[in-house]
Design a protein around this ligand. Sequence first.
Ligand code: NI
Length: 492
Amino acid sequence: MDKNIKIGKASKLHFGKGMLGSGPHPHKRLDTSKLSQGLSGGAHMRPADEAPNTGAQAPIAHTQHAPSPSIAGVKRVVASRPKNYMPESGMSQGATRVVAIIAFVAMAVIIGVFCWWMFWRDVTFTINEQQLSARVGTPLADIIKEHDNFGAKPGRLLSVGGTVLDEAGGSLYTVNVGKEDMPASKLGSLKIADNMKATVANGIDTTEEHDEEEVLIPPAVEMQRGGAVQFVSQWGKSGKKLVWTGKTSGEKVDHETVEDPQTMVISSKNLIPAEDGKKYMALTFDDGPSKFTPAILDILKEKGVKATFFELGTNITTYAKYSKRVLDEGHQLASHSNVHAYLPKLDKTAMREDLTAAFTALKEATGLETQMFRAPYGAFDTNSWLKTYDLVSSNVLWNIDTLDWKRPGAAAITRAVVNGAQNGAIVLMHDGGGDRSQDVEALPGIIDQLKAAGYELVTVEELMKLDKSLPEDVIASKIKLPAGVVIPEDIP
Ligand code: NI
């Protein structure tokens, strides 16, 4: 009986043949697991290369096609194996135990070697070009500590304001591993490894622990000067900054600007009508209405030109009908304050009360709601703007001062206007506040000469429109405050 069954070869042969598909009979696959069970039950195994029929394929093929009795026997044994089956082999229980012990010892050795490799062997590494060796997995921090930080000098502990709180209170040292700087947060978990190359250098300064809060930055204000018309061209907005308060020092410092504030800008501009082949000027009359107002209105009507009247609240109350006539005849009506006070000397409450009374008088007399303004004496400083930013859309000054209040004579007044004439100019005259007969006398000639020189006389609002660079709410004499606007504090 041939018991030298070559499991490996038979399997290979079987699959080889199956792949070729040339076998005349249905192939039965050898169940090698069952086979081995059967073999352990009594078959004497010999290495395949000792088999007498090595290289002879026929017998092997035969084995496959017609299962040998031994294989049939294997099947039978397996089928009838009792529950408490013990091999009847020559291997005693003692031998089985020995094999188990050997297997156990071998496993223990493998585990032992593995653990040694992972946890107990020594590795060599280099710190500051010094070759060292230690057990694998030792924290790098421990090695550094053992070597007194390799002489590294600690950094300082600084207050949020930069004062030295502790000469050695900063980080003890810095570590660079493989040309990579190690952040302090990683150092604790960093372990040495084979051929690790590390550099330990001086520590760095650190800042004390601190609280951080977001604080608003108030906007600044910038006032330009020199032009005839003042108005807000950019509204202020708050910025944001981070403020640090040191927990040790108590110092409070600005750490970082998160958002820049937006400066409030008060522009001062001469009106320059956009090029359209024509020239424009605006005549303006202050301190009325008065008994001289109707005469001036008559001349303007006769000459067919428009002008602008900056009236005092108290005078409007007295001569409301003249104010109404100004408006009815197509001229522009604006305010010149209530009682002609020098405004920069007034506190916020007094200033707002004066302006409110002045605009209210205009509205009550004529129904007009306007915020166009001309400060008495032209005096309206930065703080005046900050105090009344929501009441005044523009402070209209002038380009040509006729000095008519000095009563220099009609000819001098006329000369002042004609000599100073230029495109976009605003002329200052008066229809109230004293004897304005010289203005009445001069006015027809002024208009005739300006017309002859090619000027069209318009209101200040028209001139603003022609300039094409002013904000719409300024032209409309009605302030529109944008969302989130912040008015800077008064400048002391
Ligand atoms: Ni005045």
